[in-house]
Design a protein around this ligand. Sequence first.
Ligand SMILES: Cc1ncc(COP(=O)(O)O)c(C=O)c1O
Length: 270
Amino acid sequence: MGQSKENTLPASQIEQTAIKDQQHVWHHLIQHKPFEETPPMMVVSGEGMRVKTDTGAEYLDAVSGAVWTVNVGYGRERIAKAVYEQTKTMNFFSGCMGNIPAAEYAQMLTDVMPGLDRVYYSNSGSEANEKGYKIVRQLAYQKSGGKEHGKKHKILYRDRDYHGTTITAQTLRGLWPDLYKANEDNDIYKIVSVAINDIADFEAKIKKYNTGKYKTAGFLHEIVLMNFGGVLLGKDYLQKAYELCAAFDTPTFCDEIQSCMWYPGMFLYN
Ligand SMILES: Cc1ncc(COP(=O)(O)O)c(C=O)c1O
């Protein structure tokens, strides 16, 4: 960390912005009480791996935007120009229609995802997972000609994975407070927790939830548990879990929001 005078905003502006923040911004996943006394750090600019605050303090950002999201770094002109040009040409149109960047990028992505041939665009990781829950339930519905409607809908998840902050995403994680934890037998939540890297538990649960009234519609998992210290999912575990999923006609879907197609050959099991 260092100080750099030329990047310091006028004191009056710093103060005014801090007041606006204190009065109007509802921050993500954080207690607000301390902000009544001291406003949060205001990050105002960035270049490469470094960010600057409104008071001119400079930080080396080793966690990519605090939540591992700015992997390309800050202030990238090529990206800024491309966004500018595209925004001028066509800034938004509903995904019901086609557009050039979406088609081009889908082709680029599917080229590096053997076995997968279609891309659905979402606004966030939580939303992408929500789509996944819907897709596997719809698949079960379609495959059964409607017979499995409301029955084959349980989602298996691993109890130390993280899948986002929508209500469903929060229920699909063992680390949230009790308020959010779901009872796996409760039909509202439609989820089943399996212990991390414990194939015996996985086998017991997938059997249990395919013998009664309800069945499993999908298995959601992170390959590398980034929010749990970067724990790697065991390859033998994964292979066996995928075999069990195939035996119980349960599609698997990976949440690679942080690991980003890390696992070589993972699609072989799908
Ligand atoms: C593995 C994983 N899944 C889902 C999410 C949720 O993504 P978002 O915050 O964009 O909703 C995250 C976010 O950190 C994540 O790390």
